[in-house]
Design a protein. Structure first.
Length: 136
């Protein structure tokens, strides 16, 4: 229960902290790996199955062609959709997101190197986390 008054306007503490190396969500799986590869793979398998349709009594235009631009647009739309889902889940679960590189310095203390070269230290990684404090 939050107090009334000036404190009421402040957001509740984050449920967790996510340190992302890149400023964009998604990482390799969503942006360059599994998801884009599956889109291209499914298009190739679909075309291959079309060429085999005749043996199942399905007549297909033998001049069927691939529009690679449309495949890439489909891949891009799927990527944007997945990134949107990630952002929604992070927001709904109250997870704080930062860009940087993180490492544990000792039990309960996480050091985060921020993109601008500053370093931050977060105490209380177990239990009640505290805010990231900049250190020199």
């Amino acid at each position: 229960m939050y107090q009334k008054g000036p404190e009421k306007a402040s957001p509740p503490p984050a449920a967790g902290l996510m340190i992302n190396r890149e400023p964009e969500l998604g990482g390799g799986c969503v942006r360059t790996g599994t998801l884009p590869s599956k889109t291209l793979s499914k298009a190739a398998h679909f075309l291959d199955n079309l060429t085999k349709g005749r043996r199942f009594g399905i007549m297909v235009d033998e001049n069927a062609a691939v529009d690679y631009k449309v495949i890439l647009e489909t891949r891009h739309k799927a990527t944007l959709c997945e990134v949107g889902i990630l952002a929604t889940l992070i927001r709904k679960n109250g997870i704080e997101s930062m860009t940087g590189l993180a490492s544990f310095k000792r039990p309960g203390a996480l050091e985060v190197r921020l993109p601008d070269g500053l370093r931050g230290l977060r105490q209380g990684c177990r239990g009640r986390p505290q805010a990231l404090k900049l250190v020199s």
